[in-house]
Design a protein around this ligand. Structure first.
Ligand code: DP6
Length: 361
């Protein structure tokens, strides 16, 4: 698909009002997206596990109006929320060309998360994907052409990307690739693509326990973070490395080689943080407890031969990844040895999921 193919041409705005609802999950990248070009085009390809429990639920009510200004209200967990509006306004500006009916309606956006708001977990992936799916459902109601589920998901991902890059990887599961690359010819810079190559049973129901080390707002927003890759002394090598790691991961996902999986995943997490430490200005986004946890995980792995590993996003929280067969032992290890490094002892148990769902109303 090309950008032009996503423009909605024939639609009937005769419908006066309606209501649609979606739930959409968060995702955790194994090969990280860090650095983007204009129009939310990634500098390198990325791949993520779609999560299951960490979700945003969004209800979108639309009512026909006369004037041609954008008009919307946002409610977060029941209360009117002004803070989310600028990001949604920017999103509407970016997607207007593809959804010309946006100016025909007033939108009431009611949204909530299954995870606590102040958990340091970014809700932009789940939030922007849920909103994009709601808009796609409205498009489906208004459109004069019948759209297949495949095209529906592709455009939902395309729109979500324009809201927040990583959101394009939250529409489907269990793994999603985003970005052009040699290993996966179907990969696109414009939208996420469901991973359809072989996945070894070792990765079935793979677990992600998120240790909440720092529940505060992120020190560096991802928008600022991505910009740090402009003129970064190691940018070129980093982007090449991401391509290489994606190719290696393809082999690993098929073979089920967990030792090799661990090497790629942990190296990607540390490289992401290394990029922030070596940019100008520079940042350290780990906290002392992040490092304590990493060392404990390494010691536990050494001692028990477990296949536990960690990944990080652009913050201090630690995603602990492990095969389902180890669940009982690792939760015991977390409770005994890692909980004390979490803010108020909080962590979230999640696992690989299958993507977003429409909720009937
Ligand atoms: C470190 O998708 O939040 O989580 O496109 O500016 O909204 P924007 O950035 P965002 O960046 C996510 C970066 C990351 C790595 C990843 O998810 O691949």
């Amino acid at each position: 698909m090309r950008v032009e193919d996503f423009i909605l041409k024939n639609y009937n705005s005769g419908i006066e009002s309606g209501l649609v609802k979606w739930e959409s999950p968060s995702n955790i990248a194994l090969v990280k997206y860090w650095g983007k070009k204009e129009n939310q085009i990634p500098e390198n390809p990325s791949i993520s596990f779609t999560l299951s429990n960490c979700k945003t639920i969004t209800e979108l009510t639309f009512t026909k109006k006369q004037n041609k200004e954008f008009s919307f209200d946002v409610y977060f967990e029941g209360d009117k929320n002004e803070a989310f509006k600028p990001k949604i306004q920017t999103f509407f500006d970016r997607i207007e060309a593809y959804m010309p009916f946006l100016r025909d309606y007033h939108f009431k956006i009611e949204t909530s998360n299954t995870f606590p708001h102040s958990s340091g977990i970014a809700s932009s992936a789940s939030g922007m994907s849920a909103l994009s799916l709601c808009l796609m459902s409205i498009e489906r109601l208004l459109s004069e052409e019948k759209v297949s589920d495949e095209v529906f998901n592709q455009k939902a991902s395309f729109l979500a990307r324009l809201g927040s890059g990583s959101a394009c990887r939250s529409i489907e599961g269990e793994l999603v690739i985003w970005g052009e690359n040699e290993s996966f010819p179907d990969g696109s810079d414009l939208y996420g693509v469901k991973y359809t190559d072989d996945i070894h049973p070792n990765f079935k129901n793979y677990q992600d326990t998120i240790l909440l080390v720092d529940k505060g707002e992120k020190q560096v927003s991802s928008t600022v973070g991505h910009k740090l890759m402009y003129g970064h002394p190691f940018a070129k090598q980093r982007f090449t490395q991401a391509h290489d790691n994606l190719g290696k991961l393809k082999t690993i996902l098929a073979s089920g080689n967990l030792d090799e999986f661990i090497k790629i995943v942990e190296s990607e997490a540390l490289t992401l943080h290394a990029m922030m430490m070596t940019s100008m200005p520079y940042f350290i986004l780990m906290k002392p407890n992040t490092l304590q946890i990493i060392n404990k995980i390494w010691a536990y792995r050494e001692k028990t031969n477990s296949k536990i590993c960690f990944t990080l996003d652009a913050g201090a929280n630690v995603h602990v990844l492990y095969p389902e067969v180890e669940k009982e032992n690792i939760l015991e290890f977390i409770n005994n040895e890692l909980v004390s490094y979490c803010e108020n002892g909080h962590y979230i148990c999640d696992q690989i999921g299958f993507g977003a769902n429409q909720i009937e109303i």
